[in-house]
Write a new protein. Structure first.
Length: 211
């Protein structure tokens, strides 16, 4: 497996530079991550870079074994204050080597997918190195709950039009690699960038919240 930490650090640095240019109104804007603003998503990324397994397990128990409540509680403390304060906290974790509990790809996926949740809601698209995007795509099409990439991608051939990447067999879905990744993890907005005979199947799975 490729060394993911340099990729994670580079993606965080690029997102920090993007956030630096946002207005106060944009920090309050909704994102593709349902119910979270730009500031809240950034708070979540900070929390994810600071969390330890014991902290997560304790918070999970105290939240009634609800993943969503656990995550929501953690992000609130890091999303407090002005946009400038939140950005300063985010810059403080750019080179952190901690990662959320779970597989090694989690921290890379957090910053790349949530970074796109922010950018695309604001009408922009991130410029990711092909190595970063293909590494993430290889991992995300195999994920179970809560991402469920494996279920959404099952029986489909996915092909990137902007990178040397394809996977699976069956009716093809083609498009920019990050749009494929975002669709596979359930972002309906990414479907507009995709095409092919398998698109209707993928669209139905995304829109139904297929598990």
């Amino acid at each position: 497996m490729a060394d993911l930490m340099p990729m994670i650090h580079a993606e965080r640095a690029a997102l920090a530079d993007y956030l630096q240019g946002l207005t106060a109104e944009q920090w309050e804007a909704p994102t593709w991550c349902t119910a979270w603003s730009v500031q809240q998503v950034t708070g979540h990324l900070i929390a994810a870079a600071r969390i330890t397994a014991p902290h997560f397990l304790a918070a999970f128990v105290s939240s009634g074994f609800s993943f969503d409540r656990t995550v929501g509680k953690d992000l609130r403390q890091y999303a407090k204050g002005s946009p400038g304060e939140v950005l300063e906290r985010f810059r403080g974790i750019i080179t952190s080597t901690r990662k959320p509990p779970g597989p090694a790809y989690v921290a890379l996926g957090e910053v790349m997918v949530h970074g796109e949740d922010i950018r695309r809601a604001l009408g922009d698209v991130g410029d990711h190195k092909a190595e970063h995007a293909t590494t993430l795509a290889d991992m995300y099409v195999k994920t179970g709950p809560p991402l469920r990439g494996k279920t959404r991608a099952a029986g489909l051939s996915l092909r990137a039009t902007d990178a040397d990447w394809r996977t699976g067999s069956g009716p093809e879905v083609a498009g920019p690699i990050m749009s494929l990744v975002l669709a596979v993890v359930g972002r309906p907005g990414a479907l507009a960038d995709l095409e092919g005979p398998g698109l209707a199947t993928l669209q139905a799975r995304v829109q139904s919240g297929a598990h």
